[in-house]
Write a protein that binds this ligand. Sequence first.
Ligand code: SAM
Length: 248
Amino acid sequence: MKNKYWAKNKYSTVDPLDYEIARFRTNAGKLIDEAEKRAVLDLLLNSGIDYKKDFKILDAATGPGRLAFYLSDHLREAKITGVDINENMLRRAREIAGEKKVNINFIKGDIYHLPFQKAQFDAVVGLRFSMHLPDIDSLIRELARVLKKDGILIFDIFNLKSILRLRSSGKNSKRQFSGWYNVSDLIDVSAQNGLEFVQKKGLFLCGETILRTFPEKLLFILSVFVRPPLFLQNFSTKIVLCFRKIEL
Ligand SMILES: C[S@@+](CC[C@H](N)C(=O)[O-])C[C@H]1O[C@@H](n2cnc3c(N)ncnc32)[C@H](O)[C@@H]1O
């Protein structure tokens, strides 16, 4: 298993603007970006939350805050906090918040040891951390700790049973590839931490690199690959998972 903090080190030297441009500013990147954020929002809204003023959301490993800003655009009454371990990412997030005149609290913190007391948030969300941070069991425990009762946890994983990884979906393949998980394993780990599985959404029927190198003229075909029909979702590359905290 990789060192717990390798992603901290990796991202401490990444220029957040380069990160955004390379991943989310091309036409394909925009589709990927929107699909991921929309999946989180849809799962949250469909989870039966009691959304009202001061609904508190934590965006874990927020980076330059792409999900935090999206949620703040769509859930105007929510009080959103973004946490990340790297100052370079937070600086960019605060800069965008200033430009957009949005009130999101971006704070420095380690998501293995969050700087919050227990049961603080109505929802904890996060994109693109599970594939970079090993020891998912500790992460789920820590994210569950800061959730209120009935609070919602949503995050994405790379799916070990995806078409891309079919050859490795044997019984003992759990975590064979760092960052690739079986949904059922994560449902088990979550249950041990007082989290009940609510729903999931599959995204992308192929690797992101293929999507990104798709000819622009054929981008219209991409939607099927980006948001696969329900019967193919279990084989998608990414799965966004939604849990509810049932025990404190
Ligand atoms: C791939 S980026 C994802 C950023 C953002 N969630 C997104 O989807 O654009 C991973 C982020 O995890 C952050 N990170 C790495 N280790 C962390 C840790 N232990 N605690 C908090 N953030 C961490 C990095 O600084 C980086 O911003």
